[in-house]
Design a protein around this ligand. Sequence first.
Ligand SMILES: Cc1cc2nc3c(=O)[nH]c(=O)nc-3n(C[C@H](O)[C@H](O)[C@H](O)COP(=O)(O)OP(=O)(O)OC[C@H]3O[C@@H](n4cnc5c(N)ncnc54)[C@H](O)[C@@H]3O)c2cc1C
Length: 129
Amino acid sequence: MASERNEFVTDVLVVGSGAAGAMAAIKAAVHGAKVLVATKGPYPSGNSSIAGFGFGAPFGHADSRDNPQIFFEDAVQAGQGLCNEKLVKIYTSKIIELTKEMDSWGIDLIKENGKFSQIPWQATLIPVW
Ligand SMILES: Cc1cc2nc3c(=O)[nH]c(=O)nc-3n(C[C@H](O)[C@H](O)[C@H](O)COP(=O)(O)OP(=O)(O)OC[C@H]3O[C@@H](n4cnc5c(N)ncnc54)[C@H](O)[C@@H]3O)c2cc1C
């Protein structure tokens, strides 16, 4: 039995419509690319649509001692040997800037008294709230 086939032409194909896919799509579009998002869930979907306990970004809003290096060390320790440290380094050093950028787009990010909502995490991966 012949199956139906659709063809699409695009400059950039983004797979997935969570936060990472949405950011990739928006950034490519802002630079003038024609963008197509292919996803198996609704838009938005994935973990991004169910996260809700604060930002994994070292703003120092919950604890003024927090910074990208401490966040990196916490993440690697909590990952118990499973993390790709190169990727964790990129994430922990870029995430503040990226969160501010998403905020500037008008996304309804959770805030308390004008500061990003943050929950201290312990090495056991159990959030303290
Ligand atoms: C319960 C929960 C709570 C969390 N709380 C927090 C929090 O408080 N703070 C925090 O910083 N982080 C939190 N996280 C982690 C955070 O949500 C994720 O790291 C982040 O959302 C990942 O974004 P992503 O875009 O990479 O992936 P996702 O948001 O998971 O998006 C993946 C996308 O890919 C699509 N997809 C999957 N497979 C295919 C396929 N085969 N073909 C096409 N599309 C596909 C999905 O439909 C989805 O659109 C939480 C995660 C969970 C599960």
